[in-house]
Ligand binder design. Structure first.
Ligand code: 5U1
Length: 713
C-alpha cells in the first residue's frame, strides 16, 4: 500500500467515522468496537489539530455525530444534548483538571474552592424525559444532539420512569439520563430470543437500543429496561439545586433512579481514586459502565466554564479499558482437558482488551462456533470483562469480502493428544476422548480419580505428588504406581522417607479391593459408584465383562421388561431385569472403553500388578499354593470374623470368600471368640453384641485392606 498523505488519511477517516456513526446511531448495528471508533476519531482530531487546513465543515469533529432515524417523529431539543470528551489515562485527567482551573482563573473564580461530582458512565442510551405540570409529556432519544426521536410510547413502558412527579417539581422539567438493561435481564432476553429461534443481541446496550426503538410498544414492555438520571435539559421555575451532587439527590427525591455510586472529590487524586475503586467494583455492578464522569460540581460554574464544539468543558468521561476489541481469528486449535473434553480454542492476533493482551480465547464447543458463525481468518470481536476469561463475541461478517480466504472449523475425529477415538454423545454439546487411562492429557486427573478414597483408596497420593510423578515421566498409567519404591518417592519435593514409606504401604494395601471399587477407579464415563456396583454384582470379574454379548443382553432386557408388563397386569411378581437401571448410554460408554486396546492393556497391567478382589462364591476360594501364600502373609490369617448388615460393594458371600481366601474363618454369631465384626448398613443385633463384648468393628474398606501383607489392625 502506498503511504497516504494527511489529506487522504483525513478523508478516509471522515468516511470511516461517517459510516460507523450511521451504523451506531441510525442502524443500531455497530460493526466496530468503541475503542476502535475512539481511536479513529482521535486520529482525525490530531490530524486536524496539527494542520487546520484539513478541517472541513462536514468533518465529524465539527458536529455532534449521527442523524435522526426516520422511523419516529423528530423532536428538537430545546437545550442541545451534548456528548462528553474522553480521557483515556491519568495524564489526560490531569490535563482536564488543569484546563478547568485555568479557566476558573480566567473567570476570576476561586479555583481552590473547586469540587468535582463523580458518577458512573453508563453504557446505555442517552434519553431526555420532558415533564409538563408534573406529567410525562414526551421522551426523546439524543439523536444528533439537536434533534432526536420521539420514543414516548416506548419509554412510558419503562417502570423506572415516573409518569407523574410530586407537587414540588417545577412546571417544566427535562430530565436526562440513560436507558439500559441489567446484565441478568439481558441474559434472559437472549435466552428467550434463542428459544424463539430469533437473532441474539450482542450486548446489553444493543439490546436496550433495539428494545427502545421497537415500533410496537408492547414488545418494549416485555423488555425490563431501566433508567438512570444524571442531568437536566430545559427547566422553567425556581428552586433547583445549585450543585450536581445536590441535583442528583434532588432527582432521587423527585422519583428518578440515580446511581448509588456517586461521590465528591476536591483534586485529581480524588478523581483517580474513584476511577480505580469503580473499575474494581465494575464486575459486581448489575449493569455495564464504560467509565466514570467527572463534572465541576457548581452548576453556575459549569455554565461559566461553558462548552466547545462537541462537548462541555466542565465535564469529562474517564474511560475504563475497553472490554471489547477487534482481532483476527488466526486459527482454532483443540485442547484436551483433564476430563477428556475437547475444547476448541481461538488463536487470536494479540489484542489489548480489558486491560490485558489477549492472544487466545475458549470457544467452548463445536456448536458455539457454528452458532457464532466463526470462520478461521475472520475479523472478530473479542471481549474480556473484569476477570472473566476472554471470549470471542462474534465475527464481523460484513468484513468477509475484504481480504484473505476463510476456512470452516471441523472437530477432529481422533484425539489430538493420543489419537484415540473421540465421541459426541447424542444430546450433548461436548466431544470427548474415550481413552481416559491412556491419554496423556487426562493422566493426572485419571490417577487422582483412581487413587481417591471411594475408588482404590490410596492414602497420601494427592495432587502435588501426582503432578511430580507424571511430569517426571515416572508414572504414565495407574499400573506404574505399583512399581514405585520408597527411594523414588522420597526423592520427590517435600516428601520425606517416612511419608514415602507410608505411601508405598498405602499403594500396596490398595491391591486388595472390590471389583466395584476397581471398576469405578477406571474412570469409565458414566460409571459412577452405583453403576460400578451393579456391574460388579452381575459380572464379578473383568473377563466376564469382556465376554458379554451386549446386543444379546439388550434383547434379553427388552424381553424381560415386556414380560414384566404382562406379569404386572396379571398381578404376578416381575422377573429381575438384567442390569436394571443401566441404560444404553452407560452400556455404550462401557463398550467404548472396552473396545480401546489401550484401555484393555491398562487393565491387564493393573491385574498383573497384583490387584485382586473377592471373585464370587465361597466355592471359588483358592486352595492352590498362591492362595496359601496369600493366607500366610495376611493379617486376616487365623482370625474369626462375623459379617453383618449390607456392605457397600461386596455381597455377604463375597465377603466370606475374601476372609477365607486370606486365611480367616467366618462365624455366624458374635461371641468372645470373635476377632472382628465387619458391619455394613442396617447392621442390627450382631453389631450391638460386638459393642457389648468390645469386639472391634470394621467397615468393608478396612477388611479389604487388611488382606495386604504386613497389615496389622
Ligand atoms: N453519568 C453521566 N453520564 N453523562 C453523559 N453524566 C453525564 N453527563 C453528560 C453525558 C453526556 O453530559 C453532561 C455533562 C452535559
Amino acid at each position: 500500500m502506498l503511504p497516504q498523505t494527511s489529506h487522504e488519511r483525513a478523508a478516509r477517516l471522515r468516511e470511516l467515522i461517517g459510516r460507523y456513526d450511521h451504523e451506531y446511531y441510525v442502524l443500531d448495528a455497530p460493526s466496530v468496537s468503541d475503542a476502535e471508533y475512539d481511536g479513529l476519531f482521535r486520529e482525525l482530531q490530531r490530524l486536524e489539530h496539527d494542520d487546520p487546513s484539513l478541517v472541513v465543515a462536514d468533518s465529524p469533529t465539527q458536529r455532534v455525530s449521527g442523524a435522526a432515524s426516520a422511523a419516529f417523529a423528530p423532536v428538537r431539543h430545546s437545550v442541545p444534548m451534548l456528548s462528553l470528551a474522553n480521557a483515556l489515562d491519568d495524564d489526560e485527567v490531569r490535563a482536564f483538571d488543569r484546563r478547568v482551573r485555568d479557566r476558573l482563573h480566567e473567570l476570576a473564580l476561586p479555583a481552590d474552592a473547586l469540587a468535582y461530582a463523580m458518577e458512573p458512565k453508563y453504557d446505555g442510551l442517552a434519553i431526555e424525559l420532558r415533564y409538563e405540570d408534573g406529567a410525562l409529556a414526551r421522551a426523546a432519544t439524543r439523536g444528533d444532539g439537536s434533534t432526536g426521536e420521539d420514543v414516548t410510547a416506548n419509554v412510558r413502558t419503562i417502570r423506572a420512569v415516573p409518569l407523574r412527579l410530586p407537587d414540588f417539581a417545577p412546571p417544566v422539567l427535562e430530565v436526562r439520563g440513560e436507558v439500559l438493561l441489567f446484565r441478568r435481564d439481558f441474559a434472559r432476553i437472549n435466552e428467550r430470543q434463542r428459544a424463539a429461534g430469533e437473532r441474539e443481541f450482542v450486548n446489553p446496550r444493543n439490546a436496550a437500543a433495539g428494545s427502545l426503538r421497537q415500533l410496537d410498544p408492547s414488545i418494549t414492555a416485555r423488555r425490563p429496561l431501566r433508567f438512570f438520571a444524571y442531568g437536566l435539559g430545559e427547566t422553567e421555575g425556581v428552586g433547583l439545586p445549585d450543585t450536581q451532587a445536590k441535583l442528583l439527590d434532588w432527582l432521587a427525591r423527585t422519583g428518578f433512579p440515580v446511581s448509588a455510586e456517586r461521590a465528591l472529590a476536591r483534586d485529581v487524586e480524588g478523581l483517580l481514586a474513584f476511577h480505580r475503586a469503580l473499575l474494581e467494583r465494575r464486575p459486581q455492578l448489575p449493569y455495564d459502565i464504560d467509565g466514570v464522569v467527572y463534572k465541576v460540581d457548581r452548576r453556575d460554574w459549569q455554565e461559566a466554564i461553558g462548552t466547545v464544539a462537541r462537548a462541555p468543558r466542565f465535564a469529562i468521561a474517564h474511560k475504563f479499558p475497553a472490554e471489547e476489541a477487534i482481532s483476527e481469528l488466526l486459527d482454532i486449535e483443540v485442547q484436551v482437558g483433564r476430563t477428556g473434553k475437547l475444547t476448541p480454542v481461538a488463536r487470536l492476533r494479540p489484542v489489548f482488551v480489558g486491560g490485558v493482551t489477549v492472544a487466545s480465547a475458549t470457544l467452548h464447543n463445536e456448536d458455539e462456533i457454528r452458532r457464532k458463525d466463526l470462520l478461521i481468518g475472520d475479523q472478530v470481536v473479542v471481549r474480556r470483562a473484569g476477570d472473566v476469561i476472554p471470549e470471542v463475541v462474534r465475527a464481523l461478517v460484513e468484513r468477509r469480502d475484504e481480504a484473505s480466504p476463510r476456512r470452516a472449523f471441523r472437530m477432529p475425529t481422533r484425539c489430538p493428544v493420543c489419537d484415540s477415538a473421540v465421541v459426541r454423545e447424542e444430546g450433548e454439546a461436548d466431544t470427548r476422548c474415550v481413552a481416559g487411562l491412556y491419554c496423556p492429557a487426562q493422566r493426572k486427573q485419571a490417577l487422582l480419580h483412581f487413587a481417591q478414597r471411594r475408588a482404590m483408596d490410596i492414602d497420601g497420593l494427592g495432587e502435588r505428588i501426582v503432578e511430580q510423578l507424571v511430569d517426571s515421566g515416572r508414572v504414565r498409567t495407574p499400573a506404574d504406581l505399583y512399581a514405585l519404591d520408597v527411594s523414588t518417592l522420597a526423592a520427590l519435593e517435600r516428601m520425606g522417607e517416612k511419608s514415602a514409606a507410608n505411601l508405598v504401604a498405602s499403594i500396596d494395601r490398595s491391591r486388595h479391593t472390590s471389583f466395584a471399587r476397581f471398576l469405578f477407579a477406571l474412570g469409565i464415563r458414566h460409571v459412577g459408584e452405583e453403576v460400578a456396583r451393579v456391574l460388579a454384582t452381575r459380572y464379578g470379574d473383568f473377563d466376564a465383562l469382556l465376554d458379554e454379548d451386549w446386543s444379546a443382553l439388550a434383547v434379553t432386557k427388552a424381553t424381560v421388561q415386556k414380560e414384566n408388563v404382562r406379569r404386572r397386569a396379571r398381578g404376578e411378581a416381575p422377573q429381575p431385569v438384567p442390569l436394571e437401571g443401566i441404560g444404553p448410554e452407560i452400556v455404550g460408554s462401557v463398550q467404548r472403553f472396552l473396545g480401546e486396546a489401550h484401555n484393555r492393556e491398562a487393565v491387564e497391567a493393573l491385574l498383573a500388578a497384583g490387584i485382586e478382589w473377592p471373585r464370587g462364591m465361597t466355592a471359588d476360594a483358592p486352595n492352590d499354593d498362591a492362595g496359601k501364600a496369600v493366607q500366610r502373609a495376611s493379617a486376616l490369617a487365623g482370625r474369626t470374623f462375623v459379617v453383618t448388615g449390607t456392605l457397600p460393594t461386596l455381597s455377604r458371600e463375597q465377603a466370606h470368600e475374601w476372609i477365607r481366601r486370606h486365611g480367616g474363618s467366618v462365624a455366624s454369631s458374635v461371641s468372645r471368640k470373635t476377632d472382628f465384626v465387619v458391619a455394613g448398613e442396617a447392621a442390627g443385633s450382631k453389631l450391638a453384641r460386638a459393642h457389648e463384648l468390645g469386639v472391634p468393628v470394621l467397615d468393608e474398606a478396612t477388611l479389604l485392606r487388611m488382606a495386604a501383607p504386613g497389615t496389622e489392625n
